[in-house]
Design a protein around this ligand. Structure first.
Ligand SMILES: [Zn+2]
Length: 282
């Protein structure tokens, strides 16, 4: 800006002009503030990085999110994916008929449980790789030679998503899909907010019947995705299998939209494979 353009300042020494130096001062002040803000944000990011455990989640070995030994343990615990629906009450009927077949990568215990728990809390990159590979192996076991599979993740509740900032199941499945040529993830399910009165205190204190009743109707195919999986053979994916009520609800929601649900795959089942069944005893 030239001095001549400023009214009444034609003769003045630019250094004596009050307005511009003050403005420069303000902008310097502002840039100092911004730099300071940057530093504060940077420090906060450092703090967050510190909050994510960098030591091995299995044995505490320093500077490994998952040390080579514990990584091998996870591989060992997921080396033989197995059929897990028989131990999940919501997935078989009273006569023991299978309502939804499920393949689990491993039993929810030891290093596998520790790795999954820590991943669900903090989303560590190395754990995602290791657990994603285990999930991919379980999908392969479930689908056999079939190349094209549509994998549908179980939706996270919005409260859990807000608390964590990510959905563990979606991240693990995305990792698994990278290792499965021909597999696609179709994120079509969403939690629906039931209109009924919710008892305080979450799911704790509810018996199994109550829980199943609450889960029923809690999921649906997203409005924008309606019809996209109709006639498609889908496999539902979740992280942990307990009673099976979540998987069963996911299957119901997909069926309502016309999908053909071939089964489900989970990373870990809380109960080991059923042994000593009538089949096994004979
Ligand atoms: Zn370790």
């Amino acid at each position: 800006m030239s001095n001549e353009s400023t009214p009444g300042s034609g003769r003045a020494d630019p250094d004596l002009l009050p307005s511009q130096p003050a403005a420069r001062h303000r902008s310097e002040h502002r840039s100092v503030l911004l730099r300071y803000a940057d530093q504060v944000v940077g420090a906060a990011a450092d703090l967050l990085a510190l909050a994510i455990p960098s030591d091995c989640v299995g044995c505490g070995a320093e500077d490994h999110q998952l040390c080579p030994h514990c990584s091998r343990q996870v591989r060992r615990l997921t080396a033989e994916p197995f059929r897990a629906e028989a131990a999940a009450p919501a997935l078989t009927d009273v006569d023991g008929r299978i309502l939804l077949p499920v393949v689990a990568a491993g039993v929810y215990r030891e290093e596998l449980a520790q790795a999954l728990l820590s991943f669900k809390r903090h989303g560590q990159h190395r754990l995602r790789k290791c657990l994603g590979r285990a999930l991919a192996d379980a999908v392969r076991t479930a689908t056999g030679d079939r190349q094209h599979v549509v994998l549908v993740p179980v939706p996270t509740s919005s409260a859990a998503y807000l608390a964590r900032g990510f959905s563990p199941v979606h991240l693990l499945l995305a990792e698994a899909v990278r290792q499965l040529p021909g597999a696609v993830m179709q994120d079509v399910l969403a939690k629906s907010t039931p209109g009924g009165i919710r008892p305080a205190g979450g799911q704790k204190g509810l018996d199994r019947g109550d829980r199943a009743r609450r889960v029923r109707g809690s999921m649906a195919v997203r409005r924008r995705a309606r019809g996209t999986v109709a006639g498609t053979r889908c496999i539902i994916v979740d992280d942990v299998l307990t009673t099976g009520s979540t998987l069963s609800e996911a299957a119901r929601a997909l069926h309502r939209d016309g999908a053909r649900v071939a089964g489900a795959v989970v990373l870990a089942a809380t109960r080991p494979p059923v042994s000593g069944s009538l089949d096994g005893a004979s």
